[in-house]
Design a protein around this ligand. Structure first.
Ligand SMILES: [Zn+2]
Length: 350
């Protein structure tokens, strides 16, 4: 079985690919990968993007990490797969349209399964199992613009621990139970800590979210001692658990009145839907105080279509300051630039 080449020399960068399987015309299905080897071989940090083929920001995050970081700066090895789901990527689609399976529901994959299950199998066996840490880069689906945040499970003893998600340095962390077959769930069960990092929206290359992704990856590398420098953690990191979709009640065009990252009060107008045929208007209100995790960016809606994704403050927790275990690093508290949840706006989280 062909494996990625990890035994490269200190200070080297290597780019190659492995073959997983083939298509109907014999075209090989590949996993492209990059390796950067620093002073020591371990730890091995796995970075991957485009498990969903239309999620592009993470691909650029991986390229920037390889462009901006020099191998001699790091201690350990970065193993990166910029596009895991090459078939879905080619189809500009979340999943491979022929197979139809969601790659992020079939991990650890099946050796003799469908093409998507085989990609999962080869990626898991040859990349994930070699990693000491991982960051799995995602975005919201097309039309769902999501603020940068990790999706985490906070079950005691769960892998990865919450500290890994916090080390990405975002203000908001979103609790999510996860589904069987997700990469971080399947890896976590085997003791391999992979944190899922959501940055932006599918089908787009967006500088703000790419920068947030690069910053998060570098922060994480500093936290685990792979990269020198201070870990930048916002003054307040907030864990939110109370997720809800805010749906339109009529069909039409959605005009948003808030942005992803805004804090809203109960009964505040989130947006308005107008029927292009009758002119009928219907406001959409926040059902409770909360944080706008995502907003619909593609405006056509039907009744029941989600217009916004809200994290209510009911089950919010302001986390105690993150302890940095590595002696080389001190936590540097930074001013929150984008998303600030303030008492001045009348919302207090306990
Ligand atoms: Zn995804």
């Amino acid at each position: 079985m062909e494996h990625p080449k990890l035994n490269i020399g200190e200070g080297e960068i290597f780019r190659s690919k492995i073959e997983c399987t083939e298509l109907e015309d014999g075209t090989p299905v590949i996993l492209p990968y990059f390796v950067m080897r620093g002073k020591r071989r371990r730890p091995i940090l796995l970075l991957n993007a485009a498990i969903h083929g239309d999620e592009l920001n993470g691909i650029e995050v991986i390229h920037r990490i390889f462009e901006e970081i020099k191998p001699e700066e790091i201690s350990g090895t970065i193993l990166a797969v910029p596009v895991v789901n090459t078939l879905a990527f080619r189809a500009r689609s979340r999943v491979d349209p022929v197979d139809g399976k969601n790659l992020n529901r079939v991990f650890p994959g099946r050796k003799n399964g469908t093409v998507t299950e085989r990609i999962a199998y080869h990626f898991f066996e040859k990349f994930v199992k070699k990693a000491d840490y991982g960051i799995d880069l995602h975005t919201g689906m097309k039309g769902h613009l999501l603020v940068p945040h990790p999706r985490i499970r906070v079950v005691p003893g769960y892998n990865p621990p919450i500290e890994h998600a916090r080390a990405l340095g975002t203000e908001v962390l979103f609790y999510h139970e996860g589904h069987p077959g997700m990469l971080n769930v399947a890896a976590g069960k085997r003791g391999i800590p992979i944190v899922c990092f959501e940055i932006g929206e599918a089908g787009r290359i967006d500088e703000y979210f790419i920068e947030a992704g690069v910053k998060g990856v570098k922060n994480f590398m500093r936290y685990i001692g792979m990269l020198p420098g201070k870990v930048e953690i916002p003054e307040n990191q907030i864990l939110l658990k109370d997720y809800m979709e805010i749906n339109s009640s009529i069909g039409g065009i959605f005009y948003s009145k808030v942005k992803a990252g805004d804090v809203v009060r109960e009964r505040q107008i989130i947006g308005m839907v107008k029927s292009p045929f009758t002119g009928e208007k219907r406001n959409i209100y926040a059902p409770k105080n909360g944080f706008v995790l995502g907003i619909r960016s593609q405006p056509l809606v039907r009744p029941g279509t989600a217009a916004a994704w809200l994290m209510g403050f009911d089950q919010g927790t302001v986390l105690p300051p993150l302890q940095i275990k590595n002696n080389r690093n001190d936590v540097k508290e930074v001013e929150s630039r984008t998303f600030h949840i303030t008492k001045e706006r009348g919302i207090e989280i306990k």
